[in-house]
Design a protein around this ligand. Structure first.
Ligand code: FES
Ligand code: FES
Length: 132
């Protein structure tokens, strides 16, 4: 199976690999796994006080398509509001990277990771408000 050039490019030069400080209340962390293959993806966002994502990082233990999907996702996340980030669909990633059918679940992993990071961020904000 031939990988698209964009997948190879992102997999070889992943953007935004790393870790954000989990103790920061403005950081949301998503950790998701793909039951189909056992691959794991962690994606983090840092949201500023205007609700805009100012930073995004990921670590993916998995296949090239999963790495490329999360790399692309972090690029897309930066500068978006949380609401805009929530609207990112795995099909957007599939189209951009030209993923073949057997690799669609790798993009689902990225969408799930975004959603999970947003949920974590919201829960932390809630907890912070409740503590005031
Ligand atoms: Fe082997 Fe994803 S199935 S890396
Ligand atoms: Fe399972 Fe890519 S995430 S093969």
């Amino acid at each position: 199976m031939a990988y698209s050039e964009k997948v190879v490019e992102h997999a070889e030069n992943p953007r935004n690999v790393g870790t954000l400080d989990k103790s920061d209340p403005n950081v949301g962390t998503g950790l998701v796994g793909a039951p189909a293959c056992g691959d794991v993806m962690r994606l983090q966002i840092k949201v500023n006080d205007d609700g805009v994502i100012e930073d995004a990082k990921f670590k993916t233990f998995g296949c090239g398509s999963a790495i490329a999907s999360s790399s692309l996702a972090t690029e897309w996340l930066k500068g978006k509001t949380v609401e805009q980030a929530e609207a990112i669909k795995n099909s957007d990633i599939v189209n951009e990277l030209n993923l073949p059918p057997v690799k669609i679940h790798c993009s689902v992993l990225a969408e799930d990771a975004i959603k999970s990071a947003i949920e974590d961020y919201r829960q932390k904000q809630e907890a912070r408000r409740a503590a005031r």
